[in-house]
Each structure stands twice: as structure tokens, then as C-alpha cells.
Design a protein around this ligand. Structure first.
Ligand code: 13P
Length: 255
């Protein structure tokens, strides 16, 4: 595998944080700090902040994404947002299958797969999240869980459509806990995911797939995590809400 084939991607997942006015301010703070980044920089923000984020990011190298989308193109789904609606705003990225959606909102591998297909059909690039629970890691079934999540999420996705997929490995026990997977643990599971891509598609596709790590990644541990062969970037929660911290992670990914 050749890491040079893959462009590093650092994406912030703002989760349920920031009003539109706060969004403008934070994007304006981040922009000058990351203008020389040698990696893709994305901020995934709440739906109501998307417009403000796009306006603030105009003329910068920051891309804006959403945090979820529905699988139907339109219809009676109160409170939901379709992939087509996001695409119509000129957005390019959407996170799908985040563990918080799986944990609190009944998201399953099958609904993740449906959302992935809808997002691809709308022309979006998906940041697909997979990851094991602490019990699953302790039971020694991390590889099985993550492989299964990846396989089901990508059912019906063609090899050509893989250019619209980025995978984020996020061990659930490391999210928002301050407990990071060690760089070796992150590398090992990102490697498992890469093997799954090789198994379903082929080695070439696996070599090109950007696989991020997420879970308490910060300005202190980013260097080591990103130095690993299978770790091509990061999906950042807490640290993406502080301009200087997010910029330091982007600096690490630009090396
Ligand atoms: P933290 O970086 O806050 O642990 O969150 C990670 C995450 O869930 C990104 O999607």
C-alpha cells in the first residue's frame, strides 16, 4: 500500500454545537490558520449552520459538509433532510453512520447503507463512520464488527462510486472520552478496513481509499496517529471547535 496515493482529509464534526453567528465566527478564525494546508479541510456543521458556514468559507480552502442525511429524496419524513437538499446547496460532504446516530437515534447498518446510497446518488461524498463498542473490543471482536459495518454500509456501492466514499474509523469508547486509541490500535483497525475494501472490490481500490481515525484526536496526539501507514486523516469532534487546536491537527496532516 502506498500512502502517497491518498490525500489526507481532516474533517471537523461540530455535532450539536454553534449557532449560525458562532459558526461564522469560528470559520473566520480557522480560515487564516489553515490557508496553507496540504490536506483537504472540511467542517461538518449542523443543518441550520450550513448556509452561514458556506458564506464564511467562500474564498477559503475550507469545505463544508453536513452531519447526516435521509435515504429518501423527498416525502413524509418530518424533521429529516434529504441528500438532494444538501447537494442543491452546493455542499459536497456528508457524515453518515456516526456512532451517536447509531446509539441515540436508532441508526442501523441497513439504514446507514440506505443513506450512503442516497448521498452517492445525489453526488455527495460520504464520510462513513464505523467503530466498535468497548464491550466488543474487550470481547476481541473489533475486526468482525468493523468489517461487518463496512460491508453492509457499502452494499450496492460500485467500485466507480468509491471515489465518493471516505471511511472514518471511530472506536466508540474513544469518542469524547479523552481516551484515544493508541496509534497502533488505530492503524491496525484502519488496516482491517482497507483489507475489507480489497476483499469486496480490489487492491487498487483499497490503496486509494482514504481512511480517517476519529476519537479524541487532538493537537497533541495527531502527529503520531497520522504517521501510521493506514491512517489518512482524522474526524475531529471537540478539538474542531477550537480554531488553534483544529489548525494544529491540520498542520500535522500537511507534513
Ligand atoms: P471527539 O474528537 O470529541 O472525541 O469526537 C470524535 C467524533 O465523534 C468525531 O466524529
Amino acid at each position: 500500500m502506498n500512502k502517497q496515493l491518498r490525500k489526507a482529509i481532516i474533517a471537523g464534526n461540530w455535532k450539536m454545537n454553534k449557532t449560525p453567528a458562532e459558526t461564522t465566527k469560528l470559520i473566520e478564525e480557522i480560515a487564516p490558520l489553515v490557508k496553507n494546508a496540504d490536506c483537504t479541510v472540511i467542517a461538518c456543521v449542523p443543518f441550520v449552520d450550513l448556509h452561514a458556514a458556506q458564506e464564511a468559507a467562500k474564498g477559503t480552502n475550507i469545505e463544508i459538509g453536513a452531519e447526516n442525511c435521509h435515504w429518501a429524496t423527498s416525502g413524509a419524513f418530518t424533521g429529516e433532510i434529504s441528500a438532494d437538499m444538501l447537494a442543491s446547496m452546493g455542499l459536497k460532504y456528508v457524515i453518515i453512520g456516526h456512532s451517536e446516530r447509531r446509539q441515540y437515534f436508532g441508526e442501523t447498518d441497513v439504514t446507514v447503507n440506505n443513506r450512503v446510497k442516497a448521498a452517492i446518488a445525489a453526488g455527495l461524498t460520504v464520510i462513513l463512520c464505523v467503530g466498535e463498542l468497548l464491550e466488543q473490543r474487550e470481547q476481541g471482536i473489533t475486526s468482525e464488527i468493523v468489517s461487518l459495518q463496512t460491508k453492509i454500509a457499502l452494499q450496492g456501492v460500485s467500485k466507480e462510486q468509491l471515489s465518493q466514499i471516505v471511511i472514518a474509523y471511530e472506536p466508540v469508547w474513544a469518542i469524547g472520552t479523552g481516551k484515544t486509541a493508541t496509534a497502533d490500535q488505530a492503524d491496525e483497525v484502519c488496516g482491517v478496513i482497507r483489507d475489507v475494501i480489497a476483499e469486496i472490490y480490489d487492491i487498487e481500490s483499497a490503496g486509494k481509499m482514504t481512511i480517517q481515525y476519529g476519537g479524541s484526536m487532538n493537537e497533541q496526539n495527531a502527529d503520531e496517529l497520522l504517521s501510521k501507514i493506514h491512517v489518512d486523516g482524522g474526524l475531529i469532534g471537540g478539538a474542531s471547535l477550537v480554531a488553534e487546536k483544529f489548525a494544529k491537527i491540520i498542520e500535522a496532516a500537511s507534513k
